[in-house]
Write a protein that binds this ligand. Structure first.
Ligand code: HEM
Ligand code: HEM
Length: 447
């Protein structure tokens, strides 16, 4: 134990000049660190987060289990030999935020678990639930960042000259993946919320596109310097985004009602088209960029078909159609292609003699797994905790989209009558009970 607790010294004697890592292989202790952290932060905590949102009694055991694994993996990270790393890497710098959030989360969680509700505690507790809830939802995002930082640290990527394009690929790639996940979650769980804020999905999409476009219009060129070919391309991308976004915002409310529109889909298509023509120094890189572009273009086309011909401009309430799964999948796949098109990564792939076909199939596979995982979490959400108890009658109504347990009479009714008054009533009842906070209910569920 002593060995594990002692902060390890950072040996750097074997690192070649101009490189961030030595040529030694990653040893088994570091592999164990990587593996256990991916299990804890990538799988257990997000699953536990969903169980927290549904107030399942499995929440606390799941998160305690994840915490134990993360603590073990934390000590392993300080005990490895094998490959050496320059000590000032981002994975070591960012970890303090991960640790702080985790420590707060466990502390607040223990407090909540004690169920103190007398006197001033009655006022304090709901605030603590809220903070614990917000931090809890931040953890998957922070963990994603820390895991990516781990990956680039392990390979010695993204140093000096490479930093700019690294940032571009990882930020934009992660954004497309996140967008795909959000589209998928909205399909199943977002309808009641959209109805409450009285907006269409395209209003939200267009708002983000506009904001992002404005940022990119001013940040993709270093002002005062000469304009390079890349600066033109990236700035033009920013301009088209806000121009399109404004139209998307306007079209998303017509006749006083939230309306679907095709502008975000067209923007996705055009972005894909721009990327597919992005010529690169390396043949492999050009091909990966092209496939990335085609994937994104397909996502745009599929979205147009979905909105116009599958949903016929409808909001998508009712059972989710099979076809609707294509858009989020393609968005996630294009995100991985984008991240995988990072130049150092491609050099490594080329040096291993892997061609673009095998590499892209590999990226597509990761996208399938990610999709399966997010979809499972959605199913878990609709079937665990407060959404599981038939007596509370809150299973199907959570989503209104037919994922939850058998509820045939209700489903038939909604299919026959579209947005039936009955469904509306039940959805509203559920939203209200959600808003009131389920504090009282959680008391017995956590016992
Ligand atoms: C390991 C120690 C933890 C304990 C003992 C714990 C305990 C609890 C308890 C008792 C609640 C129910 C609060 C209520 O009465 O409504 C809760 C809710 C929740 N927890 Fe945890 N928790 C822990 C860790 C975590 C972690 C690591 C995450 C995130 C990854 C998390 C995410 C959540 C979320 C999202 C909620 C729902 C909050 C809401 O209703 O808005 N918890 N937790
Ligand atoms: C969210 C999950 C993770 C956390 C909280 C975490 C935390 C840590 C910590 C605290 C260290 C020690 C840093 C130091 O030496 O000062 C470390 C080292 C390391 N981690 Fe992670 N890690 C995580 C995930 C990963 C993943 C997914 C990978 C690889 C894919 C990875 C790769 C590494 C490597 C290569 C080192 C050695 C760096 C060195 O010795 O200087 N980590 N990690």
């Amino acid at each position: 134990m002593n060995v594990l607790l002692r902060r390890h010294e950072h040996h750097t004697d074997k690192i070649p000049d101009g490189s961030a890592v030595s040529l030694d292989p990653i040893d088994s202790i570091l592999w164990a660190h990587i593996f256990l952290m991916i299990i804890a932060f990538g799988i257990i905590f997000p699953t536990g987060m969903v169980l927290g949102l549904t107030k399942s009694r499995m929440h606390v055991p799941t998160q305690v289990f994840g915490t134990v694994i993360a603590v073990v993996a934390f000590f392993l990270a300080h005990a490895h030999k094998g490959r050496q790393f320059t000590p000032d890497h981002i994975h070591a710098k960012f970890v303090i935020y991960v640790v702080l959030i985790m420590a707060a989360q466990v502390g607040l969680g223990v407090y909540l678990r004690l169920h103190l509700k007398r006197g001033y505690q009655a006022l304090l507790r709901p605030k603590i639930v809220r903070v614990h809830g917000v931090l809890g939802k931040m953890i998957p995002v922070v963990a994603w960042v820390q895991m990516l930082f781990g990956g680039i640290t392990a390979l010695g990527f993204c140093r000096s000259d490479h930093l700019g394009q690294c940032l571009a690929h990882f930020i934009m790639g992660s954004s497309f993946i996140a967008y795909g996940m959000i589209v998928l979650i909205m399909l199943y769980l977002g309808q009641p919320w959209l109805r409450r804020i009285n907006k269409s999905q395209e209003f939200l999409d267009s708002a983000v596109i506009t904001a992002w476009g404005i940022v990119n219009t001013f940040t993709e060129h270093r002002w005062g310097n000469n304009w390079s070919h890349k600066d033109f391309q990236h700035t033009a991308m920013g301009i088209i985004w806000w121009c399109a976004g404004i139209l998307g915002l306007l079209l998303s409310k017509r006749n006083g009602r939230p309306s679907r529109n095709l502008i975000p889909a067209v923007v996705i298509f055009l972005t894909g088209w721009a990327m597919s023509g992005h010529a690169q120094a390396l043949m492999l890189s050009t091909k990966v960029h092209a496939t990335f572009g085609y994937t994104l273009m397909s996502a745009g086309i599929v979205r147009i078909i979905e909105i116009s011909f599958v949903l016929r401009d409808g909001s998508g309430e009712g059972e989710v159609k099979t076809f609707q799964h294509l858009t989020p999948y393609l968005l996630i796949a294009s995100g991985y292609c984008f991240m995988g098109a990072n130049e150092e990564q491609l050099l490594l792939v080329a040096s291993l003699n892997v061609d673009h076909v095998s590499y892209l199939l590999c990226l597509y596979s990761i996208a399938f797994l990610t999709y399966a995982y997010v979809f499972s979490l959605i199913v878990l959400y609709t079937k665990s905790g407060k959404n599981a108890t038939p007596g509370k009658n809150s299973d199907l109504q959570v989503n209104g989209n037919g994922l939850a347990r058998d509820h045939e009479p209700f489903r038939e009714e909604t299919e026959n009558r579209g947005t039936a008054a009955a469904q509306e009533f039940e959805l509203l009842a559920l939203i209200e009970s959600d808003e009131e906070g389920t504090d009282a209910r959680s008391v017995d569920e956590y016992k």
